[in-house]
Ligand binder design. Sequence first.
Ligand code: PLP
Length: 398
Amino acid sequence: MPYTEDRTAWYEGQGLWQHIPASDWSDWVWQLKNRITSVAQLEERMTLTADEKAGCLFATQKLALAITPYFFNLIDRDDPNCPIRKQLIPRGGEAVVSEEEMLDSLGEDEHSPVPGLVHRYPDRVLFLVTDRCAAYCRYCTRSRLVSNAQDYNFHPEFEQGLKYIETHPEIRDVLLSGGDPLLLSDKKLDNLLSRLRAIKHVEFIRIGSRIPVFLPQRITPELCEIFKKHGPIWMSIHTNHPKEATAELRAACERLSFAGVPLGNQSVLLKGINDDAEVMKALMHRLLRMRVRPYYIYQMDLITGGAHFKVDVRKGIEIIRALRGHTTGYAVPQYVIDAPGGGGKVPINPDYVEKITDSEVVFRNYEGQRFRYPLTNTPLPAGSEGERDLVAGAMIVD
Ligand SMILES: *Cc1c(COP(=O)(O)O)cnc(C)c1O
């Protein structure tokens, strides 16, 4: 069975940085300072394929290259198809731009009443608080602004954003994202969360972060105390493949959970990485073991230079079909397409219903068996109660 054992990124005996003292390795500031950010640093540690070399040449114009030592150790340096490698190391495909793709594929800039705040749904806002991440996913939805490789010059406007939320009582839910909000200092986060908590109509605060995955060392007891103080703070982490579910991630999730942070997970459906029902199922199972509830699987957004990650939507539907009923309901996320241009997230589901009329609904279960549920209520003829067919199997149509 693949992916059943937890693995640590350091003590495996085959990772790099074995000579580093454990106190450095477990220090998030050390991890950030020692990130791999250039082709030369990559090539010192692994042999790049021609495709990766081509991608690296182009990458700096699109989205900066950065990988934490912790996450780099999860790469299989002998396997060009390693699912971790494909997420973080640029490939030639990034230079290929097609007609359907857009810089701001979700129309976020148009829905921003103040810079860095996206108000798309009536009752909630997306608050972009930084343009930096611990490491950069090559399929990033916000590559136009994240890492500033494209000279977007994003500057989070905290005061303007807070003022907008304060003066819009319909906003009951604030989602902090970026970039990665957990790259802010403890002091800044503490301050931001206090300011949000002070707004009476804000009843739900959540953070979207890949830090637990890229930099689990950042989830310090001090940070957890801040979440406890301002709780409940909800968090969506972002994993795509069971290889990311390490002992370190598990420990970080435990620290968050024990501080009262409910955890969800968002995955992006990615070609050659997780476009496979068995891989997805293994990931979802490992998330549940870490107290993380799978939340969304996203169809890849139509960002420029992202076509090499794009998966057929029919494959996504097939994956959900392979999960629903076949495993724990908690392990089944909602598959969505974030509507291009800014229509919001739309659920994409396998179709179980075959027919609905005024009198019945006919549908199939996870095994493909067909059932009928009557919508009519026909009174029994007087005196015939004993003759009812009580066999549930009678509802099976074939
Ligand atoms: C994803 C998103 C949200 C949150 O959506 P939920 O379905 O509530 O998780 C809010 N605003 C924007 C702009 C988003 O993209």
